[in-house]
Design a protein around this ligand. Structure first.
Ligand code: FAD
Length: 323
């Protein structure tokens, strides 16, 4: 049976996040030929709305309000409940991002619905869609179905394919006046930490360093490799705890969960808590001077050697091929 599915699209620094396109891809599957309606919250989002149509949204709703220009839980809950009340969808898809993780349980509680979070794949099974999600820090997967009520899911970035961009697709992009008030938190200003520019959670390639980098300066060769590959730099908690880098780079059970196409682990032993955040990467390359390091048990390619010798060699080789 065809369904109407709403997707919350995310914009950061004026750019749509890739997970928004992936969420449209997931919503298409869930809708079984029904309607996919993307929602954008904020102001001046017409161009982003058009882009969502090019990626498969049948219609886009701009929930416009000055108080929605920066994310707040209260503001987004209020706006989305109004859009949901107006549209009465059968399904709802959010990215399993910091925003989605904050917003989805609260929305589910308000809507008295179920929620399947952190979905990494989905498939049709008769009239239902079966959602797969990792459990026990990625050591096992469970399959879930929602047979009744709102099909509400969050999807892990980089796992579900978006539709091909097609600029000939057309769809209505229209504003919906939403009432947002009595916010308990008002964001006055956002002060960013310096970053490499590539968003870790959406990066296609990650070069990650562990305690084996030995110092803050030890990250420099990793950054050089990342620059050549257009990659993001990540880290183990070992490296963060040792103050070699900022905690915003931490990958793992208590850090970010990433699923890049290529993960290059340098001087990381492969503790289970680190694997919880990266073991679903499509190709894993490990560089470690200890041949017994557990990271090699999940690596597709292992290089036993000193990262300070191996990483610059890789950078030079990639420069020859890519630059
Ligand atoms: P180490 O285990 O010290 O490994 C360093 C590696 O570098 C070694 O294998 C060594 O052989 C290699 N090495 C050294 N010098 C070189 C060189 N020159 N060239 C090549 N290789 C070299 N960890 C996370 O990463 N993320 C998490 O989210 C996380 N959450 C946790 C949550 C809890 C509740 C707990 C208890 C722990 C958590 N940890 C997490 C910590 C985790 O258990 C490990 O302690 C941590 O991952 C180790 O980091 P590491 O691999 O960088 O360091």
């Amino acid at each position: 049976m065809s369904k109407k599915v709403l997707v919350l699209a995310e914009v950061r620094d004026g750019e749509l996040r890739n997970v928004s396109y992936e969420a449209i891809g997931a919503a298409k599957e869930i809708s079984s030929g029904g309607e996919v309606v993307a929602v954008l919250c904020g102001e001046g989002l017409n161009e982003a709305g058009q882009s969502l149509v090019h990626y498969g949204a049948d219609r886009v709703i701009l929930a416009e309000h000055s108080l929605l220009s920066t994310y707040s839980t209260d503001g987004y809950v209020q706006a989305l409940l109004q859009v949901i009340g107006h549209e009465k969808p059968d399904g709802l898809v959010l990215g399993h991002t910091a925003l989605g993780k904050d917003l989805s349980p609260r929305l589910a509680a308000r809507l008295q619905s179920g929620l399947i979070s952190d979905v990494t794949s989905l498939e049709q099974a008769g009239d239902n869609v079966v959602f797969t999600r990792p459990i026990y820090s990625g050591k096992a997967f469970e399959k879930k179905v929602i047979t009744d009520g709102l099909v509400f899911v969050t999807i892990r970035p980089n796992n579900i394919s978006p539709l091909e961009k097609d600029e000939s697709r057309s769809g209505d992009v229209s504003s919906l006046a939403v009432d947002v008030k009595d916010l308990r938190t008002i964001v006055k200003d956002v002060v960013r930490k310096a970053s490499t520019g590539v968003d870790l959670s959406e990066a296609k390639i990650i070069v990650a360093g562990g305690r084996g980098v030995k110092s803050e300066d030890g990250f420099k060769p990793l950054q050089e490799l990342a620059d050549v590959l257009g990659a993001a730099v990540g880290a183990s908690r070992g490296a963060c705890d040792a103050d070699y880098c900022d905690y915003s780079l931490q990958i793992g059970q208590t850090g970010k969960v990433v699923t890049p196409d290529l993960y290059i682990a340098c001087g990381i032993s492969g503790a289970i808590q680190h694997l919880a955040g990266m073991s679903n990467s499509k190709v894993i390359v490990a560089i470690n001077k200890d041949p017994e390091a557990s990271i090699f048990s999940i690596a597709d390619y292992g290089i036993v050697g000193d990262l300070f010798e191996v990483v610059p060699l890789l950078t030079e080789e990639f420069k020859n091929v890519l630059v």
